[in-house]
Design a binder for this molecule. Structure first.
Ligand SMILES: Cc1cc2nc3c(=O)[nH]c(=O)nc-3n(C[C@H](O)[C@H](O)[C@H](O)COP(=O)(O)OP(=O)(O)OC[C@H]3O[C@@H](n4cnc5c(N)ncnc54)[C@H](O)[C@@H]3O)c2cc1C
Length: 318
């Protein structure tokens, strides 16, 4: 039995979530094959140096593969390699592909796992993170997405694992005409800032910011000075103050940075579900009773429009 670990990458680099997912996959106790679908050839070589990887399979997959095609390809790899588990970080790609794979294999998806005890027992948050479920899966193949922030990154730079290649022709032959869907286009928002999902510091703004202009004026300078990613509440996103991909929470991104600054955020349960595992939480709110204060390590009762620029100024000067 092996575990297939699906590498998460943007074509040019493996994501930090992949390194953390290696640690999760190791807890299953079986050899790990890292599957790198497409992207630059160097990605496979890089992944081969992750401690705990036994083999790397680089698939020369076309960039326009649809989710359906990737799931079909993985199903075939599961059979060919006798895999007992398929693991991916719970990134947009992992959350897209693995439920479909589970459906093709007729097994349950074990989603958003935060702890793994051996090959069958998994812990995952339920009810928007208000309870932890410990479950035993009896499926022959475990299909698992892991919350990367819950696992330590694996070491890098060790002895390289062997890299095998699957050619474009082999890949196309597996997918063949069984999967007529093709990806037409992909829009990626370009940003100089760290990726929200893996940033060490996140500055989030809420409805209190009042407009997109004020959100940018107040939140962006603080994020700039801290080298932080920007996040937002759903209320701020729905009001058009921030783009959708910045939403933190139950229906947005799950983050667990070293420092999370919540400015003008009430702390609704759905927002907390996405950030309450942050190491240090700083909350700024005019309401001393704001629920966000219950999870915050440092609270500042004050107006975001004066407090945040003051903080930014003080940090710039230091
Ligand atoms: C199914 C479902 C899923 C959801 N998923 C998400 C999710 O993923 N993420 C998410 O964030 N929400 C989510 N929500 C919405 C959530 O319930 C809240 O409505 C939302 O988080 C509130 O956002 P907010 O804190 O920005 O706004 P509000 O609740 O309006 O809070 C604004 C806060 O700003 C404070 N404030 C006002 N003026 C100032 C000022 N000048 N200075 C400082 N503080 C000030 C107020 O005291 C208040 O606490 C979801 C809801 C549902 C039903």
């Amino acid at each position: 039995m092996t575990t297939l670990l699906i590498a998460d990458h943007d074509g040019a680099a493996l994501s930090p979530a992949t390194l953390r997912a290696v640690s999760a996959a190791r807890a299953l106790g079986t050899p790990i094959d890292l599957v790198v679908l497409g992207g630059a050839p160097e990605l496979a070589a890089k992944g081969a140096e992750f401690a705990g990887i036994d083999r790397v399979l680089r698939v020369d997959a076309p960039a326009d593969l649809s989710t359906e095609a990737v799931a079909a390809l993985l199903k075939s790899l599961v059979a060919a390699r006798g895999a007992g588990a398929v693991v991916a970080a719970a990134t947009s790609t992992g959350k897209d592909v693995l439920p479909r794979l589970a459906s093709l294999l007729d097994v349950m998806i074990v989603a958003d796992v935060v702890a793994i005890e051996g090959p069958n027992v998994f812990t995952r948050p339920i009810y928007a993170g208000n309870a932890l479920e410990r479950l035993r899966s009896l499926d022959g193949v475990k299909v698992v997405t892991v919350r990367a922030s819950a696992f330590q990154p694996a070491a890098q730079g060790g002895a390289a694992a062997p890299v095998e290649e699957m050619s474009r022709a082999e890949c196309e032959a597996i997918i063949g005409s069984a999967v007529p869907a093709r990806l037409v286009s992909r829009e990626v928002s370009e940003t100089e800032r760290p990726d929200l999902g893996s940033a060490r510091i996140v500055v989030s703004g809420g409805r209190a910011l009042g407009s997109a202009e004020r959100f940018d004026e107040v939140i962006a300078p603080l994020a700039d000075v801290l080298g932080a990613a920007i996040g937002a509440t759903r209320a701020a996103v729905d009001a058009g103050y921030a783009p959708n991909d910045l939403q933190v929470g139950q229906t947005g991104k799950i983050v667990a940075p070293d420092l999370y600054i919540a400015a003008g955020v009430s702390g609704a349960i759905q927002h907390l579900a996405g950030m309450k595992d942050s190491r240090v939480i700083v909350a700024i709110n005019t309401d001393p009773e704001a629920p966000i204060f219950a999870v915050a390590d440092y609270v500042l009762v004050g107006d975001v429009f004066s407090v945040v620029p003051e903080l930014t100024k003080a940090l710039s000067a230091s």
